[in-house]
Design a protein around this ligand. Structure first.
Ligand code: MN
Length: 497
């Protein structure tokens, strides 16, 4: 779906979820601005039992002139209803009637309710905010949000509040938006984020901390708060992590419509995003990175007391993994099979083809950002899933050969490089050339019977996760060169000797 698809309609009504938050307000606001710029008028409404009362949201509506109206009884028969930051038919949005329903959202995707036009639906579940989704759609229509400071400020604040002050965002597109929104009113953002907690919620924070549970074995603090603004969970978990003998904190609340939680970790054997994903598995979704993450679950998927459910998930998470340091480990290869690497066409980019030597650059990939200094010997490898990593020319030449062809590939997010001095941003695929792996290397490998967190011989700071069924592999000629291969990729990469 493109935003311009909506231009075929008149009398457009935009509706966000009941009890709107800043992301919902920003999304509807951005969409109404887009429509207006194309000569279309629209109405932006919300329904539900409660009128907006949070002070940061009232400041946002007033200062940015957001044309939203509260219409609890709205039942208009209209040609088109566009739901933003929510999905028609779900219980957080009071349904109206319309001939056609369109959806733009970033939450977990539900099966489309009757009346929703799939051609007019865009749900990007792994993006941090609906504001980001709409920003990207506006960009596709040639609109620069910086031309309108109110719009830029709203979009920024939408992402800011939906990702706990940007700390729980994990998609590179969210970072792209943060970098690109330069014409924002930061004084207003500061004012809004300092009116985010009511005195009542300050008390919720204190009460929650008083009721902490300490899980001894896991050195984890579990803190249950009364229903509150989700950002307060971040405040609680950040603060509690500073406690001695606490490596991990999980703060959560339980409302009728959702369970929300924030995870913080300062232990190198627990990545906050792994734990958050594990807690939410099968019941909701999660996002974030090594140190900070958050997630939500649907209460009807958690068929027991929420506190015991989360406690049990935390224990299961800690029991599930063996921790392996490759440099101190020798695997028993007598029970493993011998495999050889299949010839594989990959992409490679010589960094000096993109930016001059000694430039400080930021490489942005789906897995995260990497800072590199450009030199003559460093290339980037582009793997079959679009993963990008630096490689020295000598290692590249010993394992791959250049082939005379053009490189073609498309990935969910196209990696880019930014020159940190000039701000110039380039897409790397345009510079890529194909290489063929020379094969020959023999490995021993076997499917994992227990999940592992593997610290490779090169990186003792950051583990690689291997789940049951993934392969653990070791090079025949180097017993400490141990790594994990995703089960879905193994057959594409290796054949039996
Ligand atoms: Mn949102």
């Amino acid at each position: 779906m493109r935003l311009s698809d909506l231009l075929a309609y008149d009398d457009i009504v935009i509706q966000c979820h009941d009890n709107p938050d800043a992301d919902a307000l920003a999304s509807g606001f951005a969409l109404s601005k887009y429509l207006l710029s194309k000569g279309k008028t629209s109405r932006f409404i919300y329904r539900g039992r409660n009128k907006i009362s949070k002070s940061n949201l009232l400041i946002m509506i007033r200062s940015l002139n957001i044309p939203i109206s509260y219409e609890p009884d709205y039942e208009g028969r209209i040609p088109i209803l566009v739901n933003v930051d929510c999905q028609y038919g779900q219980r957080n949005v009071s349904a109206g009637s319309a001939e056609t329903v369109a959806i733009i959202d970033h939450h977990k995707a539900y099966p489309l309710a009757e009346g929703v036009d799939p051609e007019l639906t865009l749900i990007r579940s792994n993006i941090g905010s609906c504001s980001t989704v709409i920003w990207d759609m506006m960009r596709d229509e040639g609109i620069d949000a910086n031309d309108d400071p109110a719009l830029a400020t709203a979009l920024y604040y939408g992402l800011y509040t939906d990702t706990n002050k940007l700390s729980e965002m994990n998609h590179p597109l969210d970072r792209d938006m943060v970098d690109s929104l330069t014409n924002t009113n930061m004084a207003l953002i500061r004012e809004m984020s300092n009116s985010n907690i009511s005195l009542e919620e300050l008390k919720i924070t204190g009460d929650a901390i008083l009721g902490y549970q300490y899980l001894d074995v896991q050195k984890t603090l579990l803190i249950e708060a009364d229903p509150c603004d989700p950002n307060i969970l971040g405040v609680i978990s950040d603060f509690a992590l500073e406690t001695d003998k606490v490596d991990v904190t999980v703060a959560f609340y339980h409302k009728d419509e959702e369970i929300k939680f924030s995870v913080r970790s300062c232990s190198k054997t627990v990545h906050a995003n792994d734990l958050a994903g594990f807690i939410a598995e099968g019941a909701g979704g999660a996002g974030g990175h090594m140190f900070k993450a958050g997630g939500m679950m649907l209460p009807d998927k958690v068929n027991t007391d929420v506190n015991s459910y989360i406690t049990a998930r935390i224990s299961a998470y800690f029991e599930q993994y063996d921790i392996l340091y490759a440099k101190d480990t020798v695997l028993d290869t007598s029970t493993m099979r011998c495999y050889m690497k299949l010839d594989q066409e990959l992409g490679t980019v010589k960094l000096t083809d993109v930016f001059p030597e000694k430039s400080k650059v930021l490489l942005r990939t789906l897995e995260g950002d990497i800072n590199i200094i450009v030199d003559n010997e460093t290339y980037l490898m582009i793997g079959i899933e679009g993963e990008v990593y630096p490689i020295k020319e000598s290692k590249l030449r010993s394992s791959y050969r250049f082939i005379d062809a053009e490189y073609h590939a498309t990935f969910e997010y196209e990696p880019s490089i930014k020159n940190l001095l000039t701000g110039e941003n380039k897409k790397i695929l345009e510079y890529a050339r194909p290489v063929m792996s020379s094969g020959g290397t023999k490995i021993y490998a076997a499917p994992l019977k227990r999940a592992v967190k593997l610290f490779t011989a090169w990186d003792e700071e950051r583990y690689y996760l291997g789940n049951i069924g993934d392969y653990i592999a070791v090079r025949e000629d180097d017993c400490h060169d141990i790594y994990v291969v995703n089960r879905k990729l193994f057959d594409k990469l290796y054949k039996e000797c």
